[in-house]
Design a binder for this molecule. Structure first.
Ligand code: ADP
Length: 625
């Protein structure tokens, strides 16, 4: 916004220039008069010389005014005028040109107002009296008229000063008012612009869909910019710019431009739009600037100008906002400013939309990859199960025969036992894999519930574990009976997994304690060991699939697939219970795994599982009896 001082300065400068022309005009008139009455005038060469000096100074004022403040140039001009007039009065003894003092006073009044005008008239009167008294002592008529002439000069000073104050003062005031009004209007326009831009910023970010965001950018910017506006996106892989959305007052032009840009996408660095994307700076080009080719199709579309601003986020050019016009006047400063402001706001919105679309694409890829993996897992597990079942069956058959022929303690029998145990292990692994693939496909495991005694089930599982690991001491605390309504096989699977882990992860052979108890309408089972334990920061992860803790060197110390706890959690979830791990309470080393569930299983059906045609995961089918 322009400061009032500079506005005044401009006015004074204009006035000074006008006075130069007035002075030159007067010099011309005076020269003509002198030449006409040349014979009667004494000291004609001196007078002509003075006029020439004034003319020269007037011409020099044009230069002075460009290099010095107008007020100072005005003061110097006044002094020059006063000296010129005084010299003329002094030398032109044939004519009395004291009236010229009046013109000097008028100049002062116009420049500096009433006070300066009165002072200058007094000074001029003094100079005039001094000149007359030294030069014209013999001319009684002039001496007698001196008081009248002095009164005239002073009176003229006052009148000119008042004139300047009333007329010029009012003009200045008017100019000031006009300027203030213009400034107010500009402020209001800026305010409206800012409001509009903030609204645009909000609109741009309203959607995370990339295409929708690009359309909003072009439709939001179009009414503020040229005849048509086009948003390009940067295709980094192909090094070119792809037109994404177009809009504008001139719809036909917007469509034609979009078509032209689609048919021939600009390369980075090529033309105005390509140049903006490559240099990340705003550029304005006109049809007249085109030297070779017409990469932006300015001529082809009959355009006069094209203004393009980069759409940047995080220092990276994401696109270009370009606007065009058919008027040869080119875009005004407002269009330029708005194009930049709109492009600035479009950057973050486009970046967010781009990130979101990348994320969605990646998620879709991952989901596909996961599905392929799950399918593979399911097929492989099924295929492995069949041969394992026959190996197990035939080894049982062989075992029966050999027991009769060679006796239970024969070498062949012990070999067969090893085969059976290893096949059993493999079956468990394959079953785990199958379970995992089911959980992933359907979101959980299905259970079949019946009434049974959990205390008995716990004791059975412990004694089975005791037979398999005869050196381990496993202590059970459980009530005589603990009736529940749940899936017996699945709970047995959980108990076996917790007990096997307790044995496996306490390699020094420490004691294992199992407790089962009733807690209101729920039952709770805990398995504690004094083994290697689980660091607090990994406790949440042990229930993730394929999780296995590493030792300090990042190696896996124990065998296994890291699936047991993942499946156990799915089973307990299916019963409406929860499973957890905590530090062992026996002596602070090792861990305690526990689960708690309702005595009558209350499966929670998770929301949002799409029907697959298979039975839903948590359906409870009550067994008869
Ligand atoms: P797996 O034992 O086959 O690796 P699990 O799902 O049963 O798989 O266990 C996951 C991981 O949790 C194990 O690899 C182990 O690091 C940790 N973990 C499980 N039980 C115990 C335990 N009783 N003590 C210490 N760590 C355990």
């Amino acid at each position: 916004m322009e400061a009032p001082e500079s506005h005044l300065e401009r006015q004074m400068r204009a006035q000074e220039v006008q006075l130069v022309w007035v002075r030159l005009g007067m010099v011309a008139v005076a020269t003509a008069t002198l030449l006409i009455f040349a014979r009667q005038i004494v000291g004609l060469p001196v007078l002509l010389g003075i006029l020439a000096g004034v003319a020269l100074f007037s011409v020099a004022t044009g230069w002075l005014i460009r290099h010095f403040p107008a007020r100072e140039v005005g003061v110097v001009s006044t002094i020059v005028d006063m000296v010129a007039v005084t010299l003329a009065v002094y030398f032109a003894s044939g004519i009395d040109i004291h009236l010229f003092y009046g013109l000097v006073i008028l100049g002062v009044a116009l420049r500096f107002g009433l006070g300066a005008s009165i002072w200058s008239s007094i000074v001029m009167s003094g100079m005039y009296v001094a000149v007359v008294l030294t030069v014209r002592t013999g001319e009684a008529e002039i001496i007698n008229e001196l008081p009248v002439r002095v009164a005239y000069l002073v009176g003229f000073g006052v009148a000119a000063g008042l004139f300047s104050r009333i007329v010029i003062g009012r003009t200045t005031e008017n100019a000031r008012l006009q300027q203030r009004l213009a400034e107010d209007e500009r402020d209001r326009a800026r305010g409206r612009e800012n409001e509009l831009l903030s609204q645009l910023g909000r609109d741009f970010s309203a959607s995370l869909d990339r295409d929708a965001t690009l359309r909003t950018i072009s439709s939001g910017a179009a009414p503020l910019l040229g005849d048509a506006t086009l948003v390009f996106t940067v295709d980094e892989a192909e090094h070119r710019l792809l037109p994404a959305a177009a809009d504008g007052r001139d719809h036909t032009l917007a469509d034609a431009w979009l078509d032209a840009a689609r048919q021939r996408p600009a390369r980075l660095g090529e033309g105005i739009v390509g140049g903006v994307a490559a240099t990340v700076t705003v550029r304005l080009g006109t049809a007249a600037d085109i030297e070779t080719g017409d990469p932006d199709a300015l001529r082809a579309l009959g355009l006069a100008w094209l203004l393009a601003a980069p759409i940047v986020a995080g220092g990276r050019p994401l696109g270009v906002l370009a606007t065009v016009g058919r008027s040869s006047n080119g875009p005004d400063g407002r269009v330029r400013r708005l194009a930049e402001a709109v492009a600035d706001r479009a950057g973050p919105a486009l970046q967010n939309a781009q990130l979101w679309s990348d994320l969605q694409q990646r998620m879709a890829h991952e989901q596909t990859a996961q599905r392929v993996k799950d399918d593979f897992l399911s097929i492989v597990s099924h295929e492995l199960r069949t041969p394992l079942t026959s190996i197990q069956g035939y080894s049982q058959l062989l075992e029966g025969r050999l027991r009769g022929e060679r006796g239970a303690e024969s070498k062949e029998m012990s070999h067969l036992r090893v085969i059976r145990s290893q096949v059993g292990r493999m079956r468990r692994l394959v079953d785990d894999l199958l379970d995992v693939s089911r959980i992933d496909r359907r979101g959980g495991v299905s259970i079949e519930t019946a009434d049974f005694d959990l205390a008995e089930e716990v004791r059975e599982a412990v004694s089975r574990m005791g037979r398999e690991h005869s050196t381990r001491s496993i202590d059970v605390t459980a009530p005589e009976t603990l009736p529940v309504h749940a899936d017996r096989d699945r709970l047995d699977q959980v108990l076996s997994n917790l007990l096997e882990n307790a044995v496996k992860y306490s390699p020094d052979g420490g004691p294992i304690r199992v407790t089962a108890e009733r807690r209101g309408g729920e039952v709770e089972v805990c398995v504690s060991d004094t083994g290697v334990g689980i660091p607090a920061e990994h406790r949440d992860q042990v229930f993730e699939r394929f999780y296995q803790a590493d030792d300090d060197a990042g190696r896996r110390r124990f065998g296994g697939l890291g699936l047991g706890l993942y499946i156990s959690r799915a089973i307990i979830d299916a019963h409406g219970g929860r499973i957890w791990v905590a530090p062992n309470t026996i002596d602070g080393t090792g861990s305690t795994f526990g689960f708690r569930m309702p005595r009558v299983a209350m499966p929670l059906t998770p929301a949002g599982i799409a029907p697959t045609g298979e039975p839903p995961p948590f359906v409870v089918r009550r067994r008869e009896g």
